[in-house]
Design a protein around this ligand. Structure first.
Ligand code: OSB
Ligand code: MG
Length: 371
């Protein structure tokens, strides 16, 4: 039984090995919020808040998350006196939105509980898969030739699915060029909400390139428009930004807004909701996969644990630490086999050791709160 004692937040500053560009912006440095939860027994759990630096992917940022966690999440957990990890999201239900803020803390409490039970987090969550298929997400590049070189390298490393980013002006010609170079690879695009239904014809043209899926073409709230677009396309639409909860998944499915769902742990507020989305999708025959937010090893380890659940049947954006960082903050770093797979770890909790020395060297802000 959990008896939470205190929580500390640390912001670490990590430089990406390569800048990552999407339709909403370019990231060179990650400001990452690491959550550490202490039990009275002395056990420790780790989580990562996946909010970005700017409110461009969604409304949250690391700074808003910091305020919500210190001002509301921790005080409400203190009042609730939770005794197991599954109670966390209920205790925080009155907080609207701010799912990444809540999710970072919720994930840390799941790690803590799994460690106290001395079992791997993935088993504790009910996961069964022992080899996970990996894909990669490749950002916008300055030239098509550069993009093609990047894709070639990832295909050679064994990654099982390639996702490229598109934005207005870098879309149909880019996709055609990539498809011409790689006629048979599993290929998909992610628009990060950069289009409207007026662009339907563009997507119809793209449909000729045999895409595995088209991720989040339209604005997050536009489920009806996604349903209209889906009816005009052969390729499945995959929703990312639109799906914040089980309820969103259910409504998207009911109106036919997507045929695939990208599940991001932070975006849905933690492991409990992620598991519910996955369970619903499995029951309805909707494949899901794990999305990424350029996480450090802590967030990456949580993504691996989540991806072992039965509904995660497509390769995710969970790839090796070396694609992001010169040196990750976990030991060992996440590695991918030559056939493009990750084996979930055997140790308790997230199953990777957090390199505290490394974390401390990167800390730029901290706050500790007693429960
Ligand atoms: O839309 O999936 C996305 C990164 C930051 C914000 C949004 C997205 C992404 C990615 C990168 O595609 C996934 C990763 O490699 O972590
Ligand atoms: Mg996406």
């Amino acid at each position: 039984m959990l008896q939470l004692d205190r929580i500390d937040l640390r912001e670490i500053d990590m430089t990406l090995r390569w800048p990552f560009e999407t339709s909403f912006g370019r990231t060179t440095n990650r400001r990452i919020l690491i959550v550490r939860v202490y039990d009275r027994s002395g056990a420790i759990g780790y989580g990562e808040c996946t909010a970005g630096e700017d409110p461009f992917y969604n409304h949250e940022t690391i700074d808003t998350a910091w305020l919500i966690i210190t001002g509301f999440v921790i005080p409400m957990l203190k009042d609730a006196g939770i005794s197991d990890a599954a109670e966390t999201s209920g205790a925080l239900a009155r907080i609207r939105g701010n799912l990444m803020a809540k999710g970072g803390v919720e994930a840390a409490i799941w790690d803590l509980e799994a460690k106290m039970a001395d079992r791997p987090l993935w088993k504790h969550l009910g996961g069964t898969q022992t080899e996970l298929a990996c894909g990669v997400s490749i950002g916008l590049q300055s030239t098509t030739a550069q993009l093609i070189e990047k894709i070639r390298r990832e295909v050679e490393r064994g990654y099982q699915r390639i996702k490229i980013k598109i934005k207005p002006g870098s879309d149909i010609e880019l996709v055609k060029a990539v498809r011409a170079e790689f006629p048979t690879i599993p290929l998909m695009v992610d628009a990060n909400s950069a289009y409207t239904l007026n662009d339907a014809e563009l997507f119809e043209q793209m449909d000729a390139s045999n895409l595995m899926m088209i991720e989040q073409p339209l604005t997050p709230g536009d489920l009806i428009d996604h349903a209209k677009l889906q009816r005009q396309l052969r390729a499945p639409i995959c929703l990312d930004e639109s799906i914040l909860s089980l309820s969103d998944a259910r409504q998207a499915h009911e109106i036919g807004a997507c045929r695939i769902i990208n599940v991001k742990l932070g975006r849905v507020g933690g492991h409990k909701e992620a598991r519910s989305v996955q369970e619903f999708a499995l029951a309805k025959g909707i494949p899901v996969w794990c999305g990424g937010m350029l996480e450090s090893g802590v967030g990456r380890a949580h993504n691996i644990a989540m991806s072992t659940l039965d509904g995660f049947t497509l390769p995710g954006d969970v790839s090796a630490s070396e694609r992001y960082w010169d040196e990750d903050i976990i030991d060992p770093p996440v590695t991918v086999s030559p056939r493009g797979t990750i084996t979930p770890p055997r140790g308790p909790g997230i199953g990777y050791e957090v390199n505290e020395k490394r974390v401390e060297a990167l800390v730029v802000r901290r706050e500790e709160i007693k429960l």
